[in-house]
Write a protein that binds this ligand. Structure first.
Ligand SMILES: *Cc1c(COP(=O)(O)O)cnc(C)c1O
Length: 268
């Protein structure tokens, strides 16, 4: 099913407000405040204009799932922001918190990352959600050693067992988290997961719950220390459920922008 493309500024504003309301309601249900859940607006279905409009509305956390598209988006938005003189990266500050909305634009890499592309994105993004293997972590650490600040990452967990999904199996999470924690130029900020492709809410809930449990376990063991705070789970169709299960970062695309792929010309 293709959701009609959100086009006008007022339609985008309404869609944005509707997502913020859904987050607030879901948070309230479990006794949390709306600002305790970070919305990452996933721009893969958005036009550059829509991204600019959303930033103008105050949405600073943006996510992309593909390297090439990320590069284009960052470049085009930076140009817009520098014209507006509002450019700045929050990640240069020590107190950066990935569970609270940013005051400057932050980019999140949320899709599968090949090792040979890692170098292309590290200086463009503030947080990579999709670290799914020791080898990718090692590659990022290697890159991190060469620059003056650590690379912030989430470990992607495959809690559904679906073979089509990236991510570390639940039983391997603790050990891999420990290994990443020992890499001085990586900062383990939390965990990320994706729900299985199913309409079965029970199955989706179980996936979120399992991830939430292992998140608490890692935290209890002190792995990642004070930096280990973010639990990124939930997308347009299931983020209420994710919040209920403890997510404090949600990644939402089609509920904001519709789900039609923008044409190439729109991305440039
Ligand atoms: C596309 C994507 C999202 C957003 O999905 P929607 O269903 O459009 O909200 C979230 N996370 C990842 C990893 C994605 O690739």
């Amino acid at each position: 099913m293709t959701i009609a493309r959100v086009t006008t500024p007022s339609e985008l504003r309404d869609a944005y407000q509707a997502v913020l309301d859904r987050i607030a309601n879901a948070a309230a249900k479990v006794g949390r405040k709306p600002e305790d859940v970070l919305l990452v607006a996933v721009t893969k279905y958005a036009t550059p204009d829509q991204i600019r409009m959303l930033v103008d509305m105050g949405q600073m956390d943006l996510g992309e799932s593909r390297v090439q598209q990320l590069e284009k988006r960052v470049a085009s938005l930076s140009e817009f922001l520098s014209r507006k003189r509002t450019l700045g990266s929050a990640s240069t500050r020590e107190d950066v918190d990935f569970t609270k909305a940013a005051t400057h634009v932050r980019w999140h890499m949320i899709g599968h990352l090949q090792r040979n592309k890692a170098k292309q994105i590290v200086n463009l993004v503030d947080l990579t959600h999709s670290v799914d293997s020791l080898r990718l972590a090692e590659e990022l650490h290697h890159i991190g050693v060469k620059r003056d600040k650590p690379i912030d990452i989430l470990l992607q967990v495959n809690a559904s067992g679906e073979t089509t999904k990236s991510g570390v199996a639940i039983p391997a999470v603790i050990h891999l988290a420990e290994q990443i924690d020992s890499m001085v130029n990586l900062r383990l900020r939390g965990l990320m997961t994706m729900a299985p492709d199913t309409e079965d809410l029970g199955l989706i809930r179980a996936t979120f719950q399992r991830t939430s449990e292992v998140f608490q376990e890692v935290k209890k063991l002190g792995i990642g220390g004070k930096y280990f705070t973010a639990l990124s789970m939930g997308m347009s169709n299931d983020f209420e459920l994710a919040i209920e299960c403890g997510a404090n970062v949600v990644r939402v695309g089609s509920a904001l922008f519709g789900d039609a792929e923008p044409g190439e010309s729109e991305i440039d």
